[in-house]
Design a protein. Structure first.
Lengths: 198, 515
């Protein structure tokens, strides 16, 4: 009896292990490097990138591809190396700092109550049926501890893929996020925050 | 031929020729009667002087219509007046009544303006102001000044009484909320009452604004008051600042009273503020005596009950103090007469309200009702009297001073603080301070050590990084739950996938758009 059960277990395990081999997974990193060789001056005002919220459908680590109208699929073999909200916050902070010429913060501190706050919301970030990457985002600029809203902006842009495949999609999405950072930096200038760059 | 003998007949009666003189006589009599009957009344007017008046030239006018002519001007028997005899037109006879007034119109220049310019060319004349009294009067006293209100003008005539003449004079405006509604007609000094009588007039329909509770005050010049209530600066209009004026209104929180009739007297208050000092008719008087300095306490200073104006200080009763204590009066509390008005408190401005206020105070004294001397204005040092209930005070009986009831007092202000500090120091002296100090020292040392340790704990890296660690853990938990949810979805879709893996399907390939 015991032998029979053990034989059955071995067979089942063998059958299970004889299944199709798993496909390799590819991880993509969203990182930007600070401007090398540039010494940043002290920030004239405190700017805090307080929150980067991503749409719920982007909570999976897989890159999202639109496979039909209003139908998306999260990739299983092509994943972001980090949670998207965290990597977006880091990437945006670096890129905005590069644009302004001085560091902005991502940590809410007591000094933040006296400075400006930026809250970004990523509404869409995926590949499209037309062979492009699409980014739709909005952000608010607030002032002071009572978070009085100074201005609100919206960003919607697509970028064609240069090649087939997920690496090209990831590159296009990173490039779009870089354009978003430039737009945010420009909007800070519109509300009177100075930039040290010409 | 017979001789003709004339027959002489004796004729009887008056010869017809006499009819001519008779008719002439009758006509003369009739003409005299007619003239006498149709000529106007002759009047005499006594004036102070005859400046600008000439017999046969000076006219008597009413409403700019000549109704008579001056016939003669002569000195009075006392040689201090002038008697003007004038003949009026018959139609003007009805204008001569008991209160008919006459005055000479000539050019007059004063602060209130210039009048009578028309007489520069035409010469002066005597104005007749028709009266409304009984007819038949023929001798009149001419007015010294031109009346500022024409006779018969509807409105209210009244008298303002003041102890000082002030800046008021004839013609000064009477204002209601800055709008002129009347004027001062005359001013004279009454020797008996030692008061200035300002006879004033308010035109209809504004006379309805004056009631029994109305108060009048002098609105002349600039009013500056620095009292226990603070500093107050009031100015009237430019006209009243230059030539003076009277304003009227109701005291604060006082409603309009009963309508008044001609001839009523009102007191003229010196300023707007003072009408609130005595807005009520009924009051009760009490004596409060203080052992502390009363410098800064002046008559009229407010008396308040828990901050509510309740009356005012009348005067210091130093004479009564000297009379009661004689030479031993030095060092005794200084008695002060205060007036409490029940109308200011919810007792009503009636004699019953005053009686209720008395009973309340009498009962309150047994429960700690006391008077204190408080500082009202730190700049001016003005004082006022505050009334309140101090439950911790021992029960007391109401006494009397100089025939008036008293309210017990307690020390306040700096005096009270000094006493409390003294009491505190006495208690501190009674304490065994060395033991307490040693114990407190040990406790403080232990407390210092505890605080130091607590500060080190809070500032440690572990505690400082605790919020970030918690946040990271929550994020990780969130991701784990997402994975579990994905696993649950997979199991629900393919229960055997735990053992038999599905055929892996490659992700759909994104395609670039190639031109």
């Amino acid at each position: 009896m015991r032998f029979g059960f053990s034989l059955l277990l071995v067979c089942v395990t063998a059958i299970a292990c004889a299944g199709a081999p798993a496909l390799p997974r590819n991880y993509y990193l969203m990182r930007a490097t600070a401007s090398e060789g540039v010494s940043r001056v002290q920030a004239p005002v405190t700017i805090t990138l307080e929150n980067v919220n991503v749409a719920p459908y982007l909570s999976d680590q897989g890159l999202v591809l639109e496979i039909a109208a209003n139908q998306v699929q999260s990739a299983r073999q092509h994943l972001w190396a980090e949670p998207l909200d965290e990597s977006l916050q880091i990437y945006l902070r670096t890129q905005i700092s590069n644009q302004l010429g001085y560091e902005i913060s991502t940590n809410v501190s007591p000094e933040s109550a006296l400075g400006y706050g930026v809250n970004v919301s990523i509404e869409q970030l995926h590949g499209t049926l037309s062979g492009a990457a699409r980014l739709v985002a909005s952000w608010r600029i607030t002032l002071g501890g009572d978070a009085a809203e100074l201005a609100a902006f919206r960003f919607a842009r697509t970028r064609p893929l240069t090649q087939d495949g997920y690496p090209a999609l990831a590159n296009a999405e990173v490039a779009l996020v870089g354009e978003l950072a430039i737009a945010i930096a420009d909007s800070l200038g519109e509300v009177g925050i100075p930039s040290t760059k010409p | 031929m017979a001789d003709a003998t004339p027959e002489v007949s004796k004729r009887r009666g008056i010869p017809r020729i006499w009819l001519v003189p008779i008719i002439a006589l009758l006509l003369g009599i009739w003409m005299v009667y007619w003239t006498w009957h149709n000529q106007g009344p002759e009047i005499t007017i006594t004036l102070a002087n005859a400046e600008g008046i000439e017999a046969g030239k000076t006219k008597i006018k009413t409403r700019s219509v000549a109704v008579g002519l001056v016939e003669s001007v002569r000195l009075g028997e006392d040689l201090e007046s002038v008697i003007v005899t004038a003949r009026l037109d018959p139609v003007a006879a009805n204008l001569l009544r008991e209160d008919t007034q006459f005055w000479v119109v000539r050019v007059r220049v004063g602060l209130g303006g210039v009048s009578g310019l028309g007489t520069l060319l035409s010469g002066g004349y005597i104005e007749l102001d028709p009266g409304e009294g009984a007819p038949g009067r023929r001798h009149f006293e001419g007015l010294k000044d031109v009346p500022v209100t024409p006779g018969g003008t509807p409105g209210l005539k009244f008298t303002l009484l003041s102890e000082e003449a002030g800046a008021l004079s004839v013609g000064n405006p009477i204002l209601y909320n800055g709008f002129q509604v009347g004027r001062v007609e005359s001013t004279d000094f009454d020797v008996e009452s030692q008061h200035i009588h300002h006879r004033a007039f308010i035109d209809a329909p504004y006379d309805a604004l004056v009631t029994s509770t109305t108060r009048f005050w002098n609105a002349s010049g600039i009013s500056f008051n620095a009292t226990a209530d603070g500093i107050e600066l009031r100015t009237g209009s430019l006209q009243t600042m230059l030539i003076g004026g009277v304003a009227f209104g109701l005291p604060d929180d006082v409603k309009a009273g009963q309508p008044v009739e001609d001839g009523i007297n009102f007191e003229l208050h010196p300023d707007r503020k003072s009408i609130n000092d005595q807005p009520y008719e009924h009051y009760v008087e009490y004596v409060v005596a203080f052992s502390q300095s009363v410098r800064g306490l002046r008559p009229g200073a407010p008396v308040e009950y828990r901050g509510l104006p309740s009356g005012r200080v009348e005067r210091l009763m130093l004479e009564e103090l000297a009379a009661e204590s004689g030479e031993e009066g030095e060092g005794r509390p200084i008695p002060i007469l205060v007036r409490l008005e029940p109308g200011r408190l919810p007792f009503g401005d009636t004699s019953e309200g005053a009686a209720r206020l008395k009973r309340s105070i009498e009962k309150g004294i047994q429960n700690g009702f006391r008077a204190t001397l408080e500082t009202g204005n730190l700049l001016t040092g003005s004082l006022f009297i505050s009334l309140d209930i101090y439950p911790d005070e021992e029960a007391a009986e109401q006494g009397t001073f100089a025939g008036r009831p008293t309210i017990p007092t307690i020390a306040s202000g700096i005096d009270s603080i000094a006493k409390k500090v003294t009491q505190l120091l006495d208690k501190l002296n009674e304490l065994r301070l060395e033991e307490v100090t040693d114990s407190a020292d040990v406790t403080l040392q232990e407390l210092t050590v505890a605080i130091t340790e607590l500060r080190a704990l809070v500032s440690s890296h572990g505690v400082q990084s605790l919020p970030n660690s918690i946040e990271s853990s929550l994020d990780e938990l969130d991701r784990t739950l997402n994975s579990v949810r994905a696993l649950a979805d997979a199991l629900e879709h393919q229960p055997n996938s735990l053992i038999f893996s599905r055929e892996p399907t490659p992700d759909p390939e994104p395609r670039a758009t190639h031109p």
